[in-house]
Write a protein that binds this ligand. Sequence first.
Ligand SMILES: Nc1ncnc2c1ncn2[C@@H]1O[C@H](COP(=O)(O)OP(=O)(O)OP(=O)(O)O)[C@@H](O)[C@H]1O
Ligand SMILES: [Mg+2]
Length: 333
Amino acid sequence: MIEISNLTKVFGSGDAATTVLDDVDFAVPAGEIFAVVGPSGAGKSTLAQCINLLERPTSGEVIVNGESLTRLDAAALRRARRRIGTVFQSANLLSRRTAAENVALPLDYLGVTKAQTRARVAELLDRVGLADQASKYPHQLSGGQRQRVGIARALALRPSVLLSDEATSGLDPRATDSFLSLLREVRDELDLAVVFITHEMDTIVKIADRVGRLDRGRIAEQGSVVDLLLDPGSELGAALRPSGSSSAAPVGLEQLLVTHNSVAVPADWLSRITGQLGTPISVLGGNVQDVDGVSVGQWTIAIAPDRVHDFTSAATPLGLYARPVDTDTTVAA
Ligand SMILES: Nc1ncnc2c1ncn2[C@@H]1O[C@H](COP(=O)(O)OP(=O)(O)OP(=O)(O)O)[C@@H](O)[C@H]1O
Ligand SMILES: [Mg+2]
């Protein structure tokens, strides 16, 4: 379990002071993946550095399994930091060390015997599927393999928290998916609390249980991924929802954006509404996907303007939320 409590980070002082993190609050229980998303410059990497105490927060606390790391002196902090394993973008491996030597790095500092280190490294590389790549140097590995070495190294000291900052950036879709499955597996096996920082919305939908949106240093919105996806009023939900392009509405018809607003939208909702209203409904675009067994998505449809009200009334009891598309900003649909 990791708790981030009223975390604030100010760089500089006086006139030059910039508040990069402003009262950030969230908690991630063991076994859960919490994603942090936000635009470039929102403070995501600063948050990562404050969580593993590479940067001292200006105020607020980082609490792991009930112990506040921010209150520890330097020696105690060095020990406590072992409870947080970190994977960075492009893994940050040392280029002059082999995969095995990179994984061994955190163990080297602990005074573990060579035999113990060798056994632990072999076990870790095997776990991430790289037993046969142990003696390769980082430049001889693919991007996806380097990130797997990064996970192995992050797990070397048996942490209870895994922190990942843009670890899938730059990976192709297959390497990303394989990284995400590995992350989910180790989360389950080791009951890790995972803080997963990314700017990729589709990655969040695939992996996270909950997500917080960081906006200019503040958590502007947070919640479970499914709840946000089903909330038509959520900005984060709208960004997470799979969106497809839609064609233009036929002349004279009104365009509506129809969003899943319930876990129980019947698969045949369109034919039900068409049957009930007895009027043609054109589907201009749509996208649905399964998230934790819940179907979420949205469609763009077109209908005669004098039937819009009837459509909305028929859609609501089926768990759908319909609103007119502002045709000037249709791209958002
Ligand atoms: N050491 C520092 N001193 C002063 N300002 C800093 C420092 N580190 C980061 N910042 C500022 O903090 C803000 C947030 O930076 P940060 O790297 O945390 O953003 P980010 O959300 O990770 O962005 P990206 O998506 O591009 O990685 C930026 O405006 C940056 O200039
Ligand atoms: Mg960053």
